[in-house]
Ligand binder design. Structure first.
Ligand code: ADP
Ligand code: MG
Ligand code: MG
Length: 905
């Protein structure tokens, strides 16, 4: 078994495509050597060794790799001409962890390993720069003490124990910057650091270079199983068995004086995607000083430097003298870096994020990887690379992270405005976007304020269906309770409305109409802003700008359409949503819920009248009032979806959701219908159920009150005929919810077909329509072959199907799902990501059985999963005809569908 791969001087045993074995960092260090980029020599201990370490323990692994480690250290020595663990001619190394996927929470890097008092003396003499030697030494003791010996702050509010000592020292000397400490100060720091380590950890600081090296190697392996790393892997579905590699690499020193530097850079702008090489550096510094913000870093390119200075309000003279670019301060190194970043990008065909160090005028690269980027940058960079001929269309599709498209679809905060905004609370980024408005606490207030053209943000402890209309007119929603699948979150995402949920630290007082955040009390009407992409809540109004959906975004979506096979529909209940979804690329409506239509204006009155009607006849009277209203709604939607299919679901929720819950409203209802209050109250209370989600709802309503289905079918068919007469190309699909046994759908289908026949006869005109069913009860999936004989289409209602297959109530599961995820009982929230193993099996089986019984059966899914990339790919694998999701998820689903098609090739 080969345990170690060496690299250096233009040669390497590894390659870029060996990330699984060498980790991302190690594989790219090898690759950079192979393509002629200057990289300090070193070696990579494989992830396989880490796995063995976890299985067999320390001793077994040391026995296995000891000789190889010695040989590989010699490899470094041969190339540098120095010696590790030799005070007369010392070689120092860095020890760096590196997993196959980038993983914060793993061990931090240790620099300058191999140093001790004698070595520091030699380094001081040889370099003629004692400051450099002792600066390196104190850095080493600090990093090794922290990372390997576990000298950490006791709790998160405490300052780092080493930093505390440095602060004390700086105060004593009356200086501000580390660089102002002199050699004697640094020497004293080393002594005090070591004493602190001994006192706090009880461990002596190791002086032997090999002891130091093994200690660091163990620490990297151990860090694979530290709490932070385990948690991160669970949250991000990174397999436990990956393991991390260990990179040991010859040090190059950016802290050798004013002809040395260290920095990070990007071949393109990771925020905007602009094709502009950019980055930051610090002279006479080491490692992560640039990121850590010890001093103000300087810009690499002069263009960037000038932009930076302008934003900081720094004059050109001051910039050029105090903060010159690398181009200005070290022109040769800068020119070489420009060439290298260009080569690296050309080699990897993607934007690179690089780390470099300049030692006494010589440039070294220490890392390169494909850079992380915003959604906007993702789109622009891919399209630019396509136009440059660096990648092809399919690669553009593969490069997209579908979920990130969301960022592009919502109004966004003005970048500069956010920087100066004051963060008052933080919750979950439940629905992306930016919203600014005045605080209201109640739905009716939201509506009232909105009607007066006010922008409001609804602040609630939590939301319920009664808040829907308030939410729909609000700019955004902020809740104190509830997770990513809470009512507020789901509804907001559906509406494409910004939402921050579960901001646990805010205190909402409905009675006083106040909310307390970060010690400040806000009243109704006060301005706040919420950031649905980060979960941040800001004080006051923060300026927003509209997103641009043309240009590169449109180009990427065109490619997605070109390559996807499965179609994408939308869930929309109103012409406005339907039009929005069309604009975003939807080719039909997969789910139009009719119940929302009953809440608007006076309609709820007719609905309530229908519900409390004592007999069929009076029920029909009330239904006749609803008929024209529904018909009008459907006409609007059909017109908006001219040319596309519209799937309308018949009434689904339990009737109890529609009746009044307060005595006062009950009294009104009694007066309006001319009935006794007690009578009305009895009926309303009588509708209450122990388990409404499993109660009298769905097709059970339509089968026990056939006149409801009759009315809805009539409204749909009449609307279709009306718009057809206007020249609209209409394709209605009538969908029956909550089927479990064949007679249920048979009975509903009969009512629909008879009603259609009647209407056609009345009008002397026909229109093609389809009848189908939701598959959302496990039993329906099991007997899908029987059901398919009756219907034209299936639509998997994966929300209910998940709920009933797991036996988790969607509205209550939040309490334990987060704990289940933490414990690793569930990898993902099944209400967010379709459970392919269980629920997916039902989907697969029902599709197969259904199509066997009815070869023309059209199959799709609606429900939250229809807009979730992994679930969309699963549907593509099952050859479903379409997925349907909320309007703002349409582009994401479209892209995921295209990816699935391209990946399947
Ligand atoms: P991370 O994974 O957190 O980026 P790295 O292993 O890349 O950690 O190292 C942290 C910092 O140390 C980086 O700035 C890197 O460039 C620097 N560094 C690592 N190895 C060396 C080395 N051999 N010589 C000089 N600097 C190094
Ligand atoms: Mg780091
Ligand atoms: Mg790094």
């Amino acid at each position: 078994m080969k345990t170690i791969y060496t690299f250096g001087n233009g040669q390497a045993e590894g390659r870029a495509d060996m990330k699984d074995l060498l980790g991302g960092k190690g594989a790219n260090l090898a690759e950079m050597n192979l393509i002629g980029v200057p990289v300090p020599p070193g070696f990579t201990i494989t992830t396989e060794v880490c796995r063995l370490y976890n299985e067999k323990g320390r001793e077994a692994v040391v026995a296995l790799i000891k000789d190889d480690v010695m040989k590989s250290v010699a490899h470094i020595e041969n190339l540098t001409g120095n010696k590790f663990n030799d005070p007369s001619n010392p070689q120092l190394v860095s020890v760096r962890s590196g997993a196959p996927v980038s993983m914060p929470g793993m061990m931090d890097t240790v620099l300058n390993l191999g140093i001790n008092d004698a070595v520091a003396e030699t380094m001081a003499q040889k370099s003629g720069n004692p400051r450099f030697a002792w600066d390196s030494y104190r850095r080493f003791v600090q990093m090794y003490g922290d990372v390997v010996l576990g000298m950490k702050p006791q709790n998160k509010n405490d300052i780092d124990p080493f930093e505390a000592i440095i602060e004390e020292m700086k105060e004593k000397k009356g200086v501000k910057l580390d660089t102002e400490l002199d050699v004697d100060d640094l020497k004293e720091l080393v002594v005090r650091f070591k004493a602190a380590v001994k006192e706090n950890t009880g461990k002596d600081f190791p002086t032997d270079a090999y002891d130091q090296l093994w200690g660091a190697i163990y620490a990297v392996f151990d860090s694979w199983n530290n709490e932070r790393a385990i948690l991160y892997r669970r949250m991000n579905q990174i397999p436990e068995e990956y393991g991390t590699a260990v990179n040991v690499q010859a040090m190059v020193y950016g802290n050798m004086g004013n002809n040395s530097a260290t920095g990070v850079c990007f071949s393109r702008d990771a925020g905007t995607g602009e094709n502009l090489f950019n980055g930051e550096y610090l002279i006479n510094a080491q490692g992560e000083d640039v990121v850590a913000g010890v001093r103000t870093p300087q810009q690499i390119m002069t263009v960037g430097s000038r932009r930076w200075a302008e934003m900081q309000g720094i004059s050109e003279e001051e910039r050029a003298s105090k903060y010159p670019s690398l181009e200005e301060s070290m022109p040769e190194c800068a020119a070489e870096l420009v060439k290298i970043q260009h080569n690296l990008e050309e080699h990897y065909h993607d934007m690179q994020d690089m780390e470099f160090t300049i030692q006494d005028g010589k440039l070294w690269l220490l890392q390169t990887r494909n850079g992380k980027r915003t959604g906007a940058a993702m789109v622009k960079i891919a399209m630019d690379l396509l136009r440059e001929g660096a990648i092809d269309e399919k690669t553009v599709i593969k490069r997209m992270e579908p979920g990130k498209l969301d960022e592009l679809l919502h109004p966004v905060f003005d970048k500069a405005a956010v920087k100066s905004a004051k963060v008052m609370a933080k919750g979950l980024p439940a629905s992306p976007g930016a919203a600014t408005g005045q605080i209201v606490f109640f739905a009716d207030d939201a509506e009232e304020w909105a009607s007066r053209k006010k922008k409001v943000i609804m602040v609630r402890i939590e939301t319920s269906p009664e808040d829907l209309r308030g939410m729909s007119v609000a700019q955004g929603i902020l809740t104190a309770r509830g997770g990513m699948t809470s009512h507020a979150a789901v509804v907001a995402r559906g509406m494409g409305k910004c939402c921050v949920s579960g901001a646990g630290t805010i205190k909402v007082d409905y009675k006083d109409r106040t909310v307390e955040m970060n010690g400040k009390t806000y009243n109704e009407g006060d301005w706040i802003s919420i950031n649905g992409s980060t979960g941040e809540v800001y004080d006051g109004a923060v300026a927003t700008v509209d997103p641009d959906l043309g240009g590169d975004y449109a180009a990427v979506m065109a490619l997605a359409e070109k390559y996807s096979k499965m179609d994408v529909y939308t869930n929309a209940d109103s012409p406005r949503d339907a039009l929005k979804a069309r604009e975003l690329g939807a080719h039909g409506i997969g789910l139009c819920r009719t119940e929302h239509m009953f809440f608007e204006g006076d309609r709820i009155k007719a609905m309530r009248e229908m519900i409390i009607a004592p007999d069929e006849e009076s029920r029909r009277v009330a239904l006749n009032k609803l008929l024209p209203l529904q018909r009008g709604d459907f006409e609007g939607i059909f017109e908006a979806m001219d040319g596309y299919e519209v799937t309308i679901r018949l009434l689904d929720p339990p009737l109890h959701e529609f009746v009044p819950h307060q005595l006062e409203t009950m009294r009104e209802l009694a007066e309006e219908t001319g009935r006794k209050l007690e009578e009305v109250k009895l009926i309303c209370d009588g509708l209450e159920e122990f388990n409404p989600m499993l109660g009298h709802r769905g097709c059970r309503l339509g089968n026990t009150y056939p006149e409801i289905t009759e009315m809805q079918a009539r409204a749909i068919i009449e609307a279709a005929l009306n718009v057809k007469a206007k020249g609209v190309d209409v394709h209605p699909k009538i969908m029956v919810p909550l089927i479990g046994v064949k007679p249920e759908i048979q009975m509903q289908a009969d009512i629909i077909n008879e009603t259609a026949k009647k209407v056609f006869a009345e009008r002397g005109e026909t229109v093609a329509y389809k009848v189908g069913t939701m598959i959302e009860i496990p039993r329906a999936a099991l007997v899908a072959d029987q059901i398919a004989e009756v219907v034209d289409f299936f639509s998997f209602g994966t929300n209910d199907l998940t709920q009933m297959t797991f036996g988790y109530s969607r509205d209550d599961a939040g309490k334990f799902l987060s704990i289940y995820k933490e414990l690793g009982i569930l990898k993902e929230d099944p209400f967010q990501v379709l459970d392919q193993e269980g629920v997916g099996q039902l989907v697969e089986m029902a599709t197969r059985k259904g199509r066997a019984a009815n070869p023309d059966l059209n199959v799709g899914i609606c429900g939250e999963h229809g807009g979730e990339p992994k679930s969309v790919k699963f549907c593509n694998k099952l050859n479903l005809d379409y997925v349907s999701c909320s309007p703002y998820r349409v582009p994401i689903a479209r892209l995921a569908a295209a990816q699935a098609a391209v990946e399947a090739e």
